[in-house]
Design a protein around this ligand. Structure first.
Ligand code: ATP
Ligand code: MG
Length: 261
């Protein structure tokens, strides 16, 4: 399954969710590919503090030079594979953003990669704005996971995303299966439960029952270049992400492969 992790709002836990849902899948013996599609390259810097510095070794060269993804993919010990980002990705919109073909570029690249590499779970970490890169993720994805931090502005962000997806449906030619997951959930705050209730009102069964708690191990793991399971296996954060993966796969969401060829 190809899962895009997207929310136009920044800092809601997209990168955190990408690495930890990827790690949760790997713990269930799934072969995992993570794609960093954000010019900020946060996921890539968790993978490796010092990248080669070469945009040639990143997904940017798939856009600039048509480089096959199979030549860019690298190992992430304990999880599987990663395709790294580069700051130059910021140029994709202005340099290559014209014409409909660009929107399908990641999708076609993944089709080619899948001929030689088997990944049961591909997780795509998106940037916090809707441009060519995020549209590429939505066009390539079988499903969308929208992290929503448990605060008022994130709720507004989720409503905005729903409108965006509705507007995109005629172009995508199908309704993209989606789940919303509340992140940074603080059980001591009434507001967390209020946001949860309003999310369920607005999006019903598309809201995951599992919430991701505000958790220190989740916040600390990236600075050790780790996912939360390898950093603090018994932490609340590890339990939450394991439960989220179980919920998504148990509900059949991860088995959906609705993407047209
Ligand atoms: N459950 C959590 N508990 C504690 N801290 C968290 C949790 N989830 C995310 N964070 C922290 O919140 C910050 C933002 O998270 P993250 O980078 O994953 O968001 P993002 O949506 O990817 O941001 P951006 O839009 O900039 O790409 C990070 O410092 C991260 O460590
Ligand atoms: Mg991020």
């Amino acid at each position: 399954m190809r899962l895009a992790v997207f929310n136009q709002k920044g800092g809601v836990g997209k990168t955190t969710t990408t690495i930890n849902i990827g790690a949760a899948a790997a713990r269930q013996a799934q072969s995992v590919l993570m794609i960093d599609l954000d010019p900020q390259a946060h996921l890539s810097s968790i993978h490796r503090e010092e990248s080669s510095g070469e945009s040639r070794d990143s997904i940017f060269s798939h856009y600039r030079d048509n480089r096959p993804l199979s030549e860019i993919v690298s190992e992430w010990p304990g999880i599987g594979n990663i395709i790294a980002a580069h700051a130059e990705l910021i140029k994709v919109d202005s340099l290559y953003g014209k014409g409909p073909a660009i929107l399908n570029k990641l999708n076609l690249g993944l089709h080619a990669l899948e001929l030689t590499h088997v990944h049961q779970m591909t997780v795509i970490d998106c940037c916090p704005f809707l441009g060519v890169l995020s549209l590429n993720a939505l066009f390539a994805a079988d499903g969308l996971l929208v992290p929503v931090a448990s605060d008022f502005l994130s709720l507004r962000g989720a409503q905005q995303i729903d409108k965006t997806l509705t507007a995109l449906e005629p172009v995508l030619k199908h309704r993209l299966a989606r789940r919303y997951v509340l992140t940074r959930f603080d059980r001591r705050r009434k507001m967390s439960f209020e946001i949860q209730a309003r999310m369920v009102d607005a999006f019903g069964e598309d809201v995951c029952n599992t919430v991701i708690s505000e958790n220190v191990a989740v916040a600390e793991a990236p600075s050790h270049h780790r996912d939360v399971f390898s950093y603090a296996e018994s932490s609340r954060g590890a339990q939450d992400y394991a439960a989220l993966f179980d919920e998504l796969s148990g509900s059949g969401f991860c088995d959906k492969a609705v993407h047209p060829d």
